[in-house]
Design a protein around this ligand. Structure first.
Ligand SMILES: NC(=O)c1ccc[n+]([C@@H]2O[C@H](COP(=O)([O-])OP(=O)(O)OC[C@H]3O[C@@H](n4cnc5c(N)ncnc54)[C@H](O)[C@@H]3O)[C@@H](O)[C@H]2O)c1
Length: 387
């Protein structure tokens, strides 16, 4: 009796970790729910740039290959968090129960964050070790081909002494665990001078800061328009009304100052001057996750004619942010696979205050992103190419 020739056992498709700092927050929960919903074909990928034509052959990891985990300081289970978001109209009713299994799986991978305010139990280096061990453990247990760490935790004030704020402890832990790092918030993260040597020597790619989802997105389009049409902007003032956890965190003037610096940088960079005017953020809890951003732009035309442009942006914050978080996870995982290191300035399209020396106008940033996508394409013989 002749033995049957044994068929080669196909190796399982690689999976990649997305470790979210602030994993139980609105943006994180919406990203986890959205990834599962789009991967299952329950919703189209509206708002995901990486699902558009220029990105289809870049070897980006598929949405179904992403595995979520993270740190948070609160313990409300993700399925419950998702139900709250559905009650508030951020997620469609019924969607949290349709992706319940994925939410439970991600919830099992969330570890306690820190440090608690005033903590003296561990040194900063010990906290970095604890966080890095959590991330490494996740990668090993889930048998992941790699992971990216993305900060979507509450905005913290800029540090006033030399110590590392929590966002910087997590950023250092990401690099210590061998993972690329993305800062979707205005918090310090890798921008701390004490972390510069680690960022430079890690051989890992990183990106940030602060996702560009509303008012600043508009500013990065309108600023270049005024400059290119030779119209003189005299004053640019803005007000934001928002609720939710982000609104509460930004009610702290020090946290709001960190946010507003990024918004104002876009104007200085695109107009070449800093016009008069300020940005204000008001916490309006009744608005929940909905944000109204109003800009008032006073400008001069030919022969000094005085004119005004006003814009009103009414957006759902987490639905604007979540697809960008998924884009950034896929692009950064792929950048790591391709051996890219250091600041990913070509991802400036996504940020208010981008790392590196890229342009500030959205149109130029999109061109850079398209070039970046070209660099991610699998070489003809690239064994890591998959989709
Ligand atoms: N359009 C947008 O929504 C948008 C755009 C740009 C940036 N962001 C930033 O994204 C972040 C998240 O926004 P959100 O609306 O999800 O806020 P949120 O308040 O709903 O969530 C923040 C989460 O971070 C957690 N957290 C706080 N401190 C922590 C710590 N030390 N360690 C671990 N977790 C911690 C909180 O418990 C909470 O679950 C904010 O910093 C916000 O400024 C949001």
């Amino acid at each position: 009796m002749s033995a049957e020739p044994s068929l080669p056992v196909p190796s399982p498709a690689p999976r990649f970790g997305v470790w979210l700092i602030g994993a139980r927050g609105s943006v994180a929960t919406t990203a986890i729910v959205g990834c599962a919903a789009v991967a299952a074909g329950l919703h189209p990928p509206t708002g995901m740039v990486t699902e558009t034509a220029p990105f289809t052959s870049c070897g980006l990891p598929s949405l179904s290959s992403l595995v979520f985990g993270g740190h948070d300081t609160v313990d409300c289970p993700l399925p419950k968090r998702a139900e709250h978001l559905a009650d508030g109209g951020v997620l469609p009713h019924g969607l949290p129960s349709a992706v319940h299994a994925e939410l439970v799986a991600a919830d099992r991978e969330i570890r306690p964050g820190g440090p608690p305010p005033g903590d003296t139990g561990r040194t900063q280096d010990q906290w970095i070790d604890v966080f890095a061990a959590d991330i490494r453990d996740f990668v090993r247990r889930q048998d992941l081909a790699g992971a990216v760490v993305i900060n979507v935790a509450s905005t913290e004030p800029a540090p006033t002494d030399g110590s590392l704020p929590p966002s910087s402890l997590y950023a250092a832990a990401a690099l210590r665990a061998g993972c690329p790092y993305v800062n979707f918030t205005p918090s310090t993260g890798l921008h701390h001078p004490a972390l510069a040597p680690l960022a430079a020597s890690s051989g890992l790619p990183y990106a940030g800061r602060d996702g560009k989802t509303g008012q600043t997105l508009l500013r990065s389009v309108l600023g270049p328009m005024f400059l290119q049409r030779a119209l003189a902007v005299r004053a640019w003032s803005g007000t934001n009304l928002l609720g939710g956890g982000d609104g509460a965190a930004l009610a702290d003037p020090a946290a709001a100052a960190a946010k507003n610096a990024g918004k104002e940088r876009v104007l200085a960079d695109t107009l070449g001057t800093t016009p008069e005017g300020e940005v204000h953020i008001d916490d309006v809890p009744a608005l929940g996750d909905w944000k109204t951003a109003w800009d008032h732009i006073a400008f001069d035309g030919f022969l000094g004619a005085r004119m005004i442009l006003q814009t009103t942006w009414q957006g759902c914050d987490s639905s604007l942010a979540a697809p960008l978080v998924l884009d950034l996870a896929r692009l950064t995982v792929r950048a790591r696979q391709k051996g890219l290191t250091g600041p990913l300035s070509e991802l400036g399209f996504y940020f208010k205050d981008p790392v590196g020396d890229g342009p500030s106008s959205l149109a130029e940033q999109y061109t850079d992103l398209r070039h970046f996508a070209e660099r991610l394409r699998p070489a003809a013989t690239d064994p890591k190419a998959h989709r």
